[in-house]
Write a protein that binds this ligand. Structure first.
Ligand SMILES: [Zn+2]
Length: 178
């Protein structure tokens, strides 16, 4: 049995890395046959329509208290529901990664932060996202939200590494604290 040529682009979970393009045959603009280069692109030789699928940028911030503790939230939703991470989310068109990190932190913890240094950029071939993480200074007391039903300040030597939501959560915390 031979491996399909695009099997490399399926994620470690066994699902397609680009379900939006899987099985697509027709141009969404003119409805005629399109050229699909799975999982990367679709183009239409009839009307010129084209769309490219790339990993999406996600921005995160690791807020720290004046005492140097790290603010983590327990995720309220999948993926990683019930596990700990720092605030973050998709970068919108029309904003920078820094703006997205600040906005997501405000949405999830209801606090303003002052961003510090870039902690790192986290990317793997099997993932659909590229995570950009900044260190941050918390400018207020965090609150819980539906996205963050529990928030806790952890000392650097008490990070719950066995209960973190994503591989990149652990990698960024290690890069920040080591
Ligand atoms: Zn077309």
């Amino acid at each position: 049995m031979t491996t399909p040529p695009h099997d490399h682009f399926h994620s470690a979970h066994g699902t397609s890395i680009n379900p939006a393009l899987e099985g697509v045959r027709f141009c969404p603009r003119c409805g005629r046959d399109a050229d699909v280069a799975f999982p990367r692109s679709i183009s239409c030789p009839h009307c010129g329509y084209g769309a490219y699928y790339n990993p999406k940028p996600v921005a995160g911030a690791i807020p720290r208290t004046a005492a140097g503790e790290v603010l983590l939230l327990r995720r309220g939703f999948a993926p990683g529901k019930g596990l700990w991470t720092f605030p973050g989310g998709f970068v919108d068109l029309g904003e920078s990664t820094e703006q997205a990190a600040v906005r997501e932190t405000h949405e999830e913890l209801r606090i303003d932060v002052e961003l510090g240094r870039l902690v790192g950029v986290y990317s793997r071939p099997v993932d659909r996202v590229v995570l950009v993480v900044y260190e941050a200074r918390a400018l207020a007391e965090p609150q819980t939200t539906p996205e963050a039903p529990e928030v806790r300040a952890f000392a650097p030597d008490a990070i719950p590494y066995d209960e973190l939501a994503f591989w990149s959560t652990a990698a960024a915390l290690r890069d920040l604290l080591s």
